[in-house]
Design a protein around this ligand. Sequence first.
Ligand code: NDP
Length: 325
Amino acid sequence: MFNAILVDQPGSAAKLVRLGEAELPEASVSVDVAWSTINYKDGLALTGRAPILRKFPIVPGIDLAGVVTASTHPEWAPGDRVVLNGAGLGESSWGGLAQRARVDGNWLIRVPEAFDLRQAMGIGTAGYTAMLCVLALERQGVTPAAGEVLVTGASGGVGSIAIAVLAKLGYSITASTGKLEQGEYLRNLGAGAVIDRAELSQPGKPLQKERWAAVVDSVGSHTLVNACAQTRYRGVVAACGLAQGMDFPATMAPFILRAVTLCGVESVMAPKPLRQQAWTRLASDLDPRKLETMTTGIGLGEAIGAAERILDGQVRGRIVVDVNG
Ligand code: NDP
């Protein structure tokens, strides 16, 4: 028997339960999970505030890090340290908020030597998505010499890791946050300037003063619209999130008058070579000491409460869940 968070059916509350090995799904790789995490999407799933869960009963949790215990997949053997982000984990298949999992080996990534399993979940989907955003900017030719980069939702998971990575790469960063009291935290991660997110969150003019060479946005809605309207000629905006809203009440002006590029970033079904590239780059471009300053550990029984807190915007950085704690 082992501990797991379980949601029985649509609308029912998540609860901590004991399950048996026989309840694990059929899949190629069995994993002893060590750590999982609470991303914004886990908050939505655990509280039922959005229809993230699509199969019942289900163990939620869109991320896991652990050690392979059995495998019929040619790439994986017992003892391998693995991480899995998205790919339906904790949405349409058994997720990471349990001491055991059985998953499709095709989606697994080997944990880079640079990280232990807790650090791998300190990164989690939020950090891996932050790196996907950085890779999207690079694919469009953005370099540190291009100028200032805006990071919105700065004190959140995606935002914090984006700042730490961009800083290590030599970028000059402005952090937009609703938690101005976290200014020192954001500067220690590598932000050179911190602005109040209220400057970006209201409807604005279609074209505004050109400020940003590039943007990493995890907020959406008016914030993303204003970020595009303030992006410099031929600048690039990577959009991955909707913490303010799913809407995008924009005009064409930044795109057709300033040649701004808007890149969508999606982590769940990202192909394996891109996932691998993101994790390889995280190993070289994320300072583990900065990761530690943004990581808070909790036990499995505390995961449900943490889900409420992340949706209420009360979480700084990343939460990691010790599924054995
Ligand atoms: P977090 O909750 O950790 O961070 C979100 C941050 O956004 C908050 O910390 C807060 O930062 C800011 N924020 C919250 N509410 C509002 C609001 N009403 N208006 C403006 N800013 C707000 O979440 P994650 O970092 O885990 O995820 C961020 C977003 O990215 C989510 O929408 C998530 O669904 C999305 N996402 C998408 C992925 C994809 O595949 N496309 C993958 C991963 C995440 P502050 O207080 O500093 O302003």
